[in-house]
Design a protein around this ligand. Structure first.
Ligand SMILES: [Zn+2]
Length: 94
């Protein structure tokens, strides 16, 4: 991991500006989604890409609303898994 040593202060509502050099290096532009995750005592920040919940691909992924015992939840599925799910649901109806 490249430790550039750039320090930014978090404001009162928790916002932190991503340094210009980091944005340029990673090609981040306004509107990109970033994902926070925690590893031990470190916070990791990476570009968020929607991936299929079932197979993990990021190709041809779209939102899919499903009902769970906790209510309606939006997940992401690729076209292939969505088609397989539709076939399984058709089989269940027989
Ligand atoms: Zn998939």
């Amino acid at each position: 991991m490249n430790n550039s040593g750039q320090i930014r202060q978090m404001d009162k509502v928790g916002r932190v500006a991503v340094p210009v050099s980091v944005r340029k290096t990673l090609g981040l532009v306004p509107g990109d989604n970033l994902e926070f995750s925690i590893s031990g005592d470190k916070v990791l920040l990476q570009r968020y890409t929607k991936t299929c919940l079932l197979c993990g691909t990021d190709h041809d992924v779209s939102p899919y609303r499903t009902e769970t015992i906790r209510g309606v939840r939006e997940i992401y599925l690729c076209r292939s898994c969505r088609n397989n799910l539709a076939k399984a649901e058709e089989m269940r109806d027989y």
